[in-house]
Design a protein around this ligand. Sequence first.
Ligand code: BGC
Length: 704
Amino acid sequence: MTNESSETFINSLLGQMTIEEKVGQLNQAHPEGWQNTEMIRQGKAGSLLNASGALTGQSSSDSIGAELTNTLQQAALETRLKIPLIFGRDVIHGYRTVFPIPLAQAASFNLDLSCKAASVAAQEATASGIKWTFAPMLDIARDPRWGRVAEGNGEDPYLGARMARSLVLGYQGDDMALPNKLVACAKHYVGYGSAEGGRDYDNGEISEPTLRDIYLPPFQSAIQAGVGTVMSAFLDLNGIPATANHHLLTDVLRGEWGFDGFVVSDWESIAELIPHGIAENRNQAASLALHAGVDMDMVSQVYLDTLLDAVQAGKVPIQEIDEAVRRILRIKQRAGLFDHPFTDPRRFSREVLTAESRQLARQFARESMVLLKNKDNILPLRNFRRLLVAGDFINARAELFGTWSPDGRAEDVVPLDQGLKDIAPKDVEFWFADNVDKAMEYALQVDVVLVLLGEHPYRSGENANLSDLALSPGQAEFIDRMVAIGKPVVLVVFAGRPLVITRQLSQVDAVLYAWHPGIEGAAALGEIIFGTHAPSGHLPITFPRATGQVPVYYNHKNSGRPVTMNGQFTSRYLDIPNTPLFPFGYGLSYTSFDYSNLELSQPSIHGQIVVRAEITNSGGVAGNELVQLYVRDLVGSLTRPVRELKGFQRLELQPGETRSVSFTLDEQMLSFTRADGTRGTEPGRFQVWIAPNSASGLSGEFNL
Ligand code: BGC
């Protein structure tokens, strides 16, 4: 259908609907209590969430999901106007094939892999009857105390915007009506990651320029990529809860960016306008949210309970309801639900957890792991025959999934101990110990100790906030004991966030940050530890030295007394340096890279400028380098960040090989929100870097 005929179809449907039927479309119900299909037959839901999959207590192993959603859909098609339901679910980093957590995916800086993984997730979830995922989460996170840092792409708006596009295209493809494509949802709009103190659901205060330049770009990129839906956030942003924010939901999202899909609230976030203290009661909460631009009410049923009366009493204009229904029908139509409302249950056995999807998950896990330290090139483990593997994670299976993986199944995962054995050279002898006494005893007999520990997935994700970013209780002591034996120690950390590992870093010989790597995490780890592949991940978020240093992020402002100035009264701590433990963009390989000969195509930017440098593999093995481009606008009408990422490229180099890498900077890439509130560039001097991370690199200058 063309856009025009599709709008004609929607308008004609809308013209036939009663107010009750319209209000029903605005309601997203939880299937609890709705299994009684009579309610659906009465047209009281436009969408169900979690109607399929493991969260409902069913097994996600077979066609049950599709059969159940088909039954519910049948009930919807028995309504007067036969409007299909759209089934939503959190398919966050894979469905049955669980990929690394989103933060780890961002560490790969591999846009193509994220697109492919999202596309596998779409194929598997749709085979189970789901047509809409509440992903990607695009919240910029500068505070790792916040548990949901695991679900996003880290701290950088440029990387966040590039990832947003890949993920949306992966889920939706070019045509979300195809049976194996999901409608995506850009969430949580907006500023959710700025929650004070890292406490989930807490308030945020973000200035307009920071909102525009840091928090909004990933969302705008998702809209440009055609995302079908957006979710409004829980938080109170600058005094207006995001779910009641007309300016952001209507003026910016629809007015400035031209979004024509629909907005769903977060779970009960409309009813939460009452405790926020912006609505007196459910009636007011509903009318505020609808007026702001929230089209569908997730779970709280305030729309269903109040809007009919509100329209009849003249308190809510019917035009607002019509507009919300129109947007919902538009996405249902675009998703092909009017033509193909049912799912073929036979798809599940063919399309879920295939050999290819596992292969992709393994590659992704490998590329997301970040090597942080490698003293004397102890990794890959080559010259050691007797290996002790010790720590809380040695038998990990479902623990490798991380947060939001309700459809992953532990039995699909090869445990870490087995995974390592499968990959290791045949002559390696293994000892395994999950407790300290056993580990101490075995350690005396081995050549090297591999310690596997970190956060349990429940210590990461929604509302899993921490006031202290230290390793989990007992783990630091465990490492102390292992180190005391005097054998080389390699530490592998599994986590959903940057943890403070300052002390451990100085104690051990090597540190590999493995995040929560997903279903193929064990094999991926083995491939890196034993050197069939070199690590290539880079940090998408700054690692603090101490929790008290948070928030600490690379693209901060300089201050009038930067620590780099001389004197006692500069902006600094007495007890620790200002620099983080590891900067954004950091990551080692099994080789080393030298950067030389930075050149600019001309001294001033005229529309564009090309920045070039040579990168040499100066080590003894092949390796893959993530070359990064940063700029700094040295003087502006508003103060500017000390660095901003503007590009990245991967180079695969053989030992001794040198290659030239070039980036083209467009003038428009230097634009920002200026003092007068408009967006654009300002003439002046700019510094530019080609760099291996955000804290080093070769630099030059140009003028605009
Ligand atoms: C979360 C959302 C999620 C929704 C539905 C909420 O608690 O904040 O991210 O999509 O639940 O499960």
